[in-house]
Design a protein around this ligand. Sequence first.
Ligand code: 9WN
Length: 447
Amino acid sequence: MSTAAGGGAPARARETGALWRLAVATLDGNWEHDHTVPSRTLYPHQWSWDSAFVAVGLAHVRPDRAWRELRTLFAAQWADGRVPHIVFNPALRAGSYFPGPAFWDSARVPGAPAVATSGIVQPPLHALAAWLVHRRAPSERSRAELAWLYPRLVAWQRYLTGRRDVGGAGLACIVHPWESGLDNSPAWDPPLAAVPADAAVMRAYRRHDTVHADAAHRPTDLDYARYVALVDAYRAGGYRDDGLDGRHPFLVECPLLNTALGLAEHALAAIARETGADPGPHRERAVRITAALVDRLYDPVGGTFHPRDLRTGRLVPARTALGLMPLALPGLPARPVAALLAEACSTRFGLAARMDRPLPSHDRTAPDFEPLRYWRGPSWQNLNWLLWRGLRAHHRFDLAAGLRDSMIDLVVTAGCHEYFHPDTGAGLGSPAFGWTAALLLDVLAET
Ligand code: 9WN
């Protein structure tokens, strides 16, 4: 099974070639005229952070498509700068995904684009993706694409650091667990429990996810009732962000989304340099965001990062993989870096130069660790990839190599699944999943 073990160089090269072809075939199979679907069955529209990861992979094989992917997403940017977490494909029948366009009702919101979208966001990894696509395949075209994207990426940052800075300390807050990308993480349990909802509400809707995936792996009906209640509340206010503090029942500063915010400023500095704009303000903002993350979300006693619930003012105690993500920031100070390395290498996450099991999405030793349920234990390639980049940024090439081997092993064992069993590596969720394929290409390409 291991790419690191036995078989010699020719066998490894054959295996790498087969994996590469599998990943490219998966991305080709999920390409839908101007964007990539995360999965043909479970997620048949365009998702925001999926598109960022997918662009990173496409850069290695189909750079034109990588740019198209980002262009399609940013063509759906709202006038206030937000990039919606879903852009709906109008060609699909109503009911192909829940909650669909009628539920979000973006058409009625001034400043929303002509195409139907959701009204919430996901982590802003697009500037980093655009920069990586350009770096991988620089050309006249890529410079023109960067120039087109730059003001849009800046507006996107401004939305998050302006309207979404409800805490007033320089970080963006999320208004829905879906905005974190780790929808069902135990990190959201306490703030979500405070959202009034009744599971019976779900009788009025038809969930699409449990038709295509095992219901025991997915969020419960009560979770979904709360997800629906949060969208209802945000939509009722026209998806406006002013006065959220007084009226919205879920407001949390997420370590992953804010890590992405900082990474975006680093990437924007590089893009600015390349396109003739001033990189200075981006560098300064990256420093400020990193400092705010440490100040607001780092627990020096426990040695990891946590979300901050703005409704209670407290950090959420769960130790999830979200807490490891600030390691991706190159400017993270030495103490939190050392603490996160210790946390990642502890029995909770099991990172090692030779890993015996995949990196879980939640603390293995926690009583609420669930190896099969969505974001509550299984291993995900996007989290692995962000941590892998962080390990390299902080010169832990030994651990980065171990994590990379583990990422490759997962696909060797199970194919391009959406997520993986954290003990056996068995494939879970949707097969032929976009970012699993894309990020595999990226790690295969780097040695
Ligand atoms: C809701 C598409 C998306 C990912 C998220 C993942 C899942 C949607 C869902 O699928 O979320 O946005 O229906 O569960 O949690 O990270 O972007 O792949």
